[in-house]
Design a protein around this ligand. Structure first.
Ligand code: NAD
Ligand code: MG
Length: 395
């Protein structure tokens, strides 16, 4: 008999959340949805409640939760509606939930993701910002509480698949020399540098290969996304920064590679569709159907590779710098980036101001040691303050 997994999906209305539910719906014998959560997308989560009948639906926003409560009652559903961060933490750590998809975007995901790890769950990690902000502490919490971590980010999932199953955090012990982290280069890989200043949010969000949420789409355009992923890979696989090589691969068919000391390079390939890494983690260690179009090698025909251009993508340099600086630096980088991306999306600053703001905030706030989650949240708060001050000066 197939063991049934009981799921909480944090961020169920987002791009990863919707793809997760798409895979779940294909396997009603394998998965039960216990809780769904979102920020304030009440209409979308109501539809999901009708379809998946979860025990809980949590909205961060109280007013949206009130609306949802009325609608859920009117629809005759048994779903209990809750609101607030504490409720997100509650449904991430319910006793009868074994698996938590952590797919909230940004620093907002950190508390519920930590709650899932503290409760010893199988954590399917899409919320890379948690790892960037608090990598060492988070990995410790995972270990101390017997939680399991499965990467959802397509690159990290590819690396996980290309490592031996007995890998326990020592790359040298399994003969790994380097990790080759692929990146598409985003929509502006070939745009003349002089045009970057004038690109619009619409252009930045039009990723050539992936359909994703707005924040990660802008991060892909600046390549901050790859920078965050370098930091994520550092903590997940205990890889030194110089063991992580970013490789631009515009087709997004190879999702990352692992280079071994004997000269072998193992890669995971597939069409760019997040349902593959999601299903890999949901079914692990089994393989399950996803509805993803099989890869047609004859149609792909060729695969290209380039070295990253740090002049075009200063955010990538800043991320390597934050990783080298350590302590609170990655949390500061992440917070400044979130404020910068939000301002760019609201047309309050040009695309090229994103790295400029992050660099100045990193200098202004300065590195501190990090010992607890509160230290991380304090660094996040200081960086946001400095970023808003920077914006005030810009206006
Ligand atoms: P999205 O913007 O599409 O969805 C975000 C989800 O989080 C939504 O359900 C939203 O309601 C919820 N949310 C937003 N702010 C919140 C808050 N303050 N409190 C509680 N919930 C909140 O984002 P996405 O593209 O699905 O990305 C989610 C995470 O997965 C990000 O960390 C991203 O970096 C990572 N990721 C995404 C992709 C992808 O293909 N979309 C790929 C790799 C990694
Ligand atoms: Mg990725």
């Amino acid at each position: 008999m197939i063991p049934v997994r009981h799921l909480t999906i944090l961020g169920s209305t987002g791009s990863i959340g919707v793809n997760t539910l798409d895979v779940v719906a294909r396997h009603p014998d394998r998965f039960r949805v216990v809780a769904l959560t979102a920020d304030k997308s009440a209409k979308k989560i109501l539809e999901q409640c009708r379809r998946f009948q979860p025990r809980y639906a949590v909205l961060l926003d109280e007013a949206s939760a009130e609306w949802l409560k009325t609608e859920v009652r009117a629809a005759g559903l048994a779903t209990e509606v809750l609101s607030g961060v504490e409720s997100l933490e509650k449904v991430a750590s319910l006793a009868d939930v074994d698996t938590v998809m952590a797919a909230i975007v940004g620093a907002a995901g950190i508390r519920p993701t930590f709650a899932a790890a503290r409760a010893g769950k199988q954590v399917l990690l899409a919320n890379k910002e948690t790892m960037v902000m608090a990598g060492r502490i988070f990995m410790d919490v995972v270990k101390e509480n017997g939680a399991t971590l499965l990467p959802i980010d397509s690159e990290h999932n590819a690396i996980f698949q290309s490592l031996p199953q007995h890998f326990k955090g020592d790359l040298g012990a399994v003969g790994v020399r380097r990790i080759l982290l692929t990146a598409s280069g985003g929509p502006f890989r070939q745009l003349p540098l002089s045009s970057l200043e004038h690109v619009t949010p619409g252009q930045a969000c039009a990723h050539p290969n992936w359909v994703m949420g707005q924040k990660i789409s802008v991060d892909s355009a600046t390549m901050m996304n790859k920078g965050l992923e370098v930091i994520e890979a550092h903590w997940l696989f205990e890889a030194a920064p110089e063991q992580i090589q970013v490789v631009i691969h515009p087709q997004s068919i190879i999702h990352s590679m692992v280079e071994y000391v004997d000269g072998s390079v193992l890669a995971q390939l597939g069409n760019p569709d997040m349902r593959t890494p999601i299903a890999h983690a949901l079914g692990f260690p089994e393989r399950i159907e996803t509805g993803v179009t099989p890869l047609d090698m004859f149609k792909v025909a060729r695969l290209d590779f380039e070295a990253p251009d740090f002049k075009r993508f200063p955010c990538l340099r800043l991320a390597y710098q934050a990783l080298a600086t350590g302590g609170s630096a990655p949390a500061i980088l992440n917070a400044a980036n979130e404020v910068a991306v939000e301002s760019f999306l609201k047309c309050q600053m040009p695309f090229t101001a994103i790295p400029a703001m992050i660099e100045e905030v990193m200098q202004a706030v300065g590195r501190k040691d990090i010992a607890t989650l509160n230290d991380v949240l304090a660094a996040d708060g200081l960086a946001r303050e400095a970023a808003h001050e920077w914006l005030t000066c810009l206006a």
